[in-house]
Design a protein around this ligand. Structure first.
Ligand code: HEC
Ligand code: HEC
Length: 214
C-alpha cells in the first residue's frame, strides 16, 4: 500500500492495471452459477439498478476481480463495511465461490450508470470540477487522481466510478461519512468524503454516472 500514492499519480498505474487484470484464481463458469442468487438485485448482466426512492444496487460488470472479492470479504466480515442487504448474500459464498463470482462479474462488459434526468447544468459543472480538478481550497483531491484518468479505475485498489449509478456513488460517500463503510486502505476515501457536503455529493455522483463506463 505504501506505493499506492506514487503509483496512482504516474502512468505506471496503467501498466499495473493491465498486468494485474487476472490475478485472482477464480472460474467464471462456476461464478455464473453461484451468481444465480445475485441477479434479483445486480441483474443478469451485472448492470445493477437504482431503485426509485430506495436502495441503489451497484453495477458489478467490468469492475476489477480483486476489488470485488475484497468487497465481498469485507461485507461478510461486517465490521468495516456494513450492509444489511448484502451481508446474507456475501455470507452465502465460500472462499472459492467468492473468487469465482468476482471473476465472473469482472469479465462482463461494463454498462452505463443510472442518473437523475433533472440534474441541472450548474450541478453537473460543479460535479465535473470536483471529479477532474478537485477543490484545493477545501483540500478535496480530484477523484481522477486515484480513480484514474476518466475515472475508469486503476488496478485492484481504485474502482471505476465512471458509469456507476449515481445513487450508489452518493450512498457510499454518505456511508463513509457515517462510518458504515470504513474499509478503505489508509482512510484514503474517508479523507475525501468528510470534506464533501450534500451538494458536492449530489453533483459529483450525477456527473460521474453520466460518464462512459469503458
Ligand atoms: C437484495 C439485493 C441484493 C442481492 C440479492 C445481492 N446484492 Fe450485492 N449489493 C446490494 C447492495 C444494496 C449493495 C451496496 C451495499 C452497501 O454498501 O450498502 C451491494 C454491493 C455489492 C458489492 C460491492 C460492489 C462495489 O462496487 O463495491 C458486491 C461485490 C456485491 N454486492 C456482490 C453480490 C453478489 C456476488 C451477490 C450474490 C451472491 C449479491 N451481491 C447479491 C444488493 C444486493
Ligand atoms: C486519495 C485517493 C482517492 C481519491 C482522491 C478519491 N478516492 Fe474514491 N476510493 C479510493 C479507494 C482506495 C477506494 C476503494 C476503497 C476500498 O478498498 O474499499 C475508493 C472507492 C470509492 C468508491 C466506492 C466505489 C465502489 O464501487 O464501491 C466511491 C463511490 C468513491 N471512491 C468516490 C470517490 C469520489 C466521488 C472522489 C472524488 C470526489 C474520490 N472517490 C476520490 C481512493 C480515492
Amino acid at each position: 500500500m505504501k506505493k499506492i500514492h506514487r503509483m496512482a499519480l504516474t502512468a505506471a498505474s496503467l501498466f499495473f492495471a493491465i498486468t494485474s487484470a487476472h490475478a485472482l484464481e477464480g472460474d467464471a463458469k462456476a461464478g455464473e452459477q453461484a451468481a444465480a442468487v445475485c441477479v434479483a438485485c445486480h441483474q443478469p448482466d451485472g448492470s445493477g439498478m437504482n431503485v426509485p426512492g430506495g436502495e441503489s444496487w451497484p453495477a458489478l460488470a467490468g469492475l476489477d476481480a480483486d476489488y470485488l472479492y475484497k468487497q465481498l470479504q469485507d461485507m461478510k466480515a461486517g465490521g468495516k463495511r456494513q450492509s444489511p442487504s448484502m451481508m446474507p448474500f456475501a455470507s452465502m459464498l465460500n472462499e472459492q465461490q467468492a473468487k469465482d463470482v468476482a471473476v465472473y462479474y469482472s469479465e462482463l462488459p461494463a454498462q452505463g450508470g443510472k442518473f437523475d434526468e433533472g440534474a441541472t447544468e450548474e450541478e453537473l459543472a460543479h460535479g465535473e470540477k470536483l471529479a477532474t480538478l478537485g477543490d484545493w481550497d477545501r483540500y478535496i483531491v480530484p477523484c481522477k487522481t486515484c480513480h484514474g484518468p476518466d475515472n475508469l479505475g486503476v488496478g485492484e485498489s481504485f474502482p471505476r466510478l465512471a458509469g456507476q449509478h449515481a445513487g450508489y456513488i452518493a450512498d457510499q460517500l454518505k456511508a463513509w461519512q457515517s462510518g458504515k463503510r470504513d474499509n478503505d486502505p489508509q482512510h484514503l476515501m474517508l479523507a475525501i468524503a468528510e470534506r464533501l457536503n450534500d451538494e458536492d455529493i449530489r453533483a459529483v455522483s450525477q456527473w460521474l454516472a453520466r460518464q462512459p463506463a469503458q
